[in-house]
Design a protein around this ligand. Structure first.
Ligand code: NAG
Ligand code: NAG
Ligand code: NAG
Ligand code: NAG
Ligand code: NAG
Length: 487
């Protein structure tokens, strides 16, 4: 069974990622020079409650990191733009959410980013955090949202003039889910939510499990069915090669694998790496050069499909084409000496945290049939997944928990949320793609990949993302003025 797909979007140089991660915990606020234009912030830490939902004998705490920019803040009640941190170091999200910094001046807004517990440097029990259930049992979206509520109260007290400021919550991906859910659960704390690429319905019974893979395939199909066919045929070609020692040696050599294939199990890992790569490419199909898990050209899916269009039949020929396409992903820098298929993520990133969350509440069923998608057929098997979770984490998934907690697709009693989705992005499969009512609205970005709208403006931005950002601004303005009229 494949590990769950992580949706973290990193659009930074890997050297930068390493230095951010190794910077670690720093109790003293300091200025952080943003990598993107206009993105600067002070780093702070807040002593946060470990458990918001019990009254134990002893209240344990951990240090939660948050970032603040008050350069443009109107100190007499200007709004707070709050980013609900997701599964990674908070700096990464700040550096990739230029939109909030871009619009802060016109709103006189304070910009605030909070790190999600158990990620980045906000890990309770430090390096023991993920070692035993007694430590990681406090990881959940409910606890994270409660952290954010308490942190906001602290910020209101700390910054004079913020006592009555309206708060707009932003988030992308899992952060977008948290943004929407925060408005749903705590409407008295946040006045509205911009939920970008938030798959709030990517759960059991809410979205068919095959939808996700179909969107990945669709994004590739825009570059021609030949590319789709080539990928679809590659699985059998790999299986044929992997079946014999000679075939494994050929493939290891032709694909310049760092670790040669010794078994069909190794080939399984290679195939799972490939599936992740195609998925990542659809998520990161941006109209300009960016650095997503690997440096990529503009319209990377187009670039990857370029050499994979020749409809060969011979397994070796198919696999040589695939390798050329794959090279765009792992060797765009031209500095790769071999292909490492152990992880499609940079090694500096620990995706353990998301693995744990998918084993408790974030159970997102995925399945592939190989006909309506180009993946190797694989059923969704909750029993098998559950056993993996017990073995790894000593926990069992609760497939209906998120729907019970937050409502799934039943959002008709919610208000003041914008759900935006790019249709190139596979996570749109579990997104809200239609207006729910006049104050819970959907914005579609046909040419958009994963939360493109939250990124800084770029010259190559399609018109649809510029329009989506205008919808965000109009709603934020409306929410703020409704709030001002009511206090
Ligand atoms: C600051 O915010 C207050 C409250 O919304 C508003 O009345 C005032 O005009 C703003 N000041 C500036 C300079 O925008
Ligand atoms: C296969 O065996 C070789 C030689 O023992 C080793 O170097 C290589 O890492 C192995 N491959 C994998 C995927 O473990
Ligand atoms: C990466 O690209 C460079 C330049 O095209 C090439 O020389 C090198 O062999 C490639 N590396 C791999 C592992 O294919
Ligand atoms: C699901 O996985 C379990 C445990 O691995 C296995 O016993 C069962 O047969 C599988 N179910 C299906 C429908 O494949
Ligand atoms: C729709 O949004 C409004 C807020 O404008 C909210 O009060 C209402 O409960 C929502 N649902 C319906 C069915 O109107």
């Amino acid at each position: 069974m494949r590990k769950p797909i992580i949706f973290l979007l990193l659009v930074l140089g890997s050297s930068c990622v390493v230095s951010l991660l190794s910077a670690g915990f720093d109790p003293k606020p300091k200025a952080f020079p943003g990598a993107s234009k206009g993105i600067t912030f002070e780093v702070h830490n807040y002593e946060q409650k470990l458990d918001h939902f019990s009254y134990g004998v002893q209240q344990l705490t951990f240090m939660q990191k948050y970032l603040v920019n008050i350069d443009h803040w109107n100190r007499t009640g200007g709004p707070i733009f709050f980013y609900a941190g997701n599964e990674g170091s908070i700096e990464l999200f700040a550096l990739n959410t230029g939109f909030m910094f871009e619009i802060a001046p016109e709103f006189g807004a304070m910009v605030l980013f909070a790190e999600h517990r158990y990620y980045g440097s906000s890990i309770p029990f430090g390096k023991n955090g993920y070692v035993h259930k007694q430590y990681y049992q406090y990881q959940s979206s409910m606890q994270a949202l409660a952290d954010y509520v308490e942190l906001l109260a602290h910020v209101r007290q700390t910054y004079e003039g913020a006592e009555k400021s309206p708060v707009i919550v932003f988030g992308g991906s899992y952060g977008g889910m948290l943004a929407a859910w925060m408005r749903i659960k705590y409407p008295h704390v946040v006045q509205g939510a911009i939920a970008a690429s938030a798959p709030v319905a990517q759960f059991t019974g809410l979205t068919p499990c095959e939808k996700f893979g179909q969107v990945v395939t669709h994004t590739f199909a825009l570059q021609g069915q030949e590319c789709v066919q080539t990928i679809r045929k590659s699985w059998d070609a790999i299986n044929k090669m992997a079946a014999t020692a000679e075939g494994r040696a050929w493939l290891s050599d032709a694909w310049r694998l760092c670790k040669p294939l010794n078994s069909t199990d190794d080939a399984k890992n290679l195939k799972s790496y490939l599936s992740d790569v195609w998925t990542n490419l659809a998520m990161a199909d941006y109209p300009y050069m960016a650095n997503f898990l690997a440096p990529l050209p503009a319209y990377p899916v187009m670039a990857v499909c370029q050499p994979m269009k020749f409809l060969k039949d011979e397994p070796k020929e198919i696999l040589l084409e695939i390798f050329e396409g794959l090279s765009v992903y792992f060797n765009y820098s031209t500095t790769a000496t071999c292909l490492s298929y152990e992880s499609s993520m940079p090694s500096s990133l620990d995706d353990n945290g998301w693995f744990l969350q998918s084993c408790t509440e974030m159970v997102m069923p995925m399945c592939y049939d190989g006909k309506n998608d180009f993946f190797e057929p694989q059923a969704w098997n909750l029993t098998e997944f559950s056993e993996t979770c017990v073995k790894k984490w000593d926990v069992r998934p609760e497939p209906y928990k998120m729907e019970q907690m937050y409502g799934g697709r039943n959002l008709k009693y919610a208000s003041n949320i914008v759900f935006s989705n790019g249709l190139l992005d596979p996570w749109s499969s579990g997104g809200v793609l239609e207006d729910v009512n006049e104050s819970v609205v959907s914005v579609i970005i046909p040419e958009g990949a994963h939360h493109l709208d939250l990124r800084s403006s770029e010259r190559a931005d399609p018109k649809s993302v510029i329009q989506a950002r205008d919808v965000h601004k109009a709603n934020i303005l409306k929410w703020i003025s409704e709030y001002s009229n009511s206090v």
